[in-house]
Design a protein around this ligand. Structure first.
Ligand code: FES
Length: 108
């Protein structure tokens, strides 16, 4: 197996309905994960991208959260319809999808 150039981490944490923190899982995170997985396969990106699902990464109310390394780009509110753009622009083209990026001022 070739060493991947990108690691895509998707929060698929699911909290019970009505939980005050919400969760990525209640906002289609599993669909995002499955669509990314399928896209990696269909676009033959095996040596380029590795995908992993993960538990909570912090910004739950802005989920689904997807993080891409080595750039350390945090995407928020990712929908299944955003997957194609993430794969084509970021993973294949090397250009992050700025409209989905967690604003820098959110870090503090
Ligand atoms: S539940 Fe996904 S970041 Fe917390």
């Amino acid at each position: 197996m070739p060493k991947p150039t990108h690691h895509i981490i998707v929060c698929t944490n699911q909290r019970p309905a009505g939980h005050p923190r919400g969760s990525c899982g209640e906002n289609q995170a599993n669909e995002v994960f499955e669509k990314l997985s399928m896209g990696i396969e269909q676009k033959m990106l095996f040596g380029k991208a590795l995908i992993t699902n993960a538990g909570c990464m912090g910004p739950c109310s802005m989920g689904p959260v997807v993080v891409v390394y080595p750039e350390g780009v945090w995407y928020i509110k990712v929908k299944p319809d955003d997957v194609e753009e993430i794969l084509e622009s970021h993973i294949i083209g090397g250009k992050k999808v700025e409209r989905l990026e967690l604003p820098e001022e959110m870090w503090g």
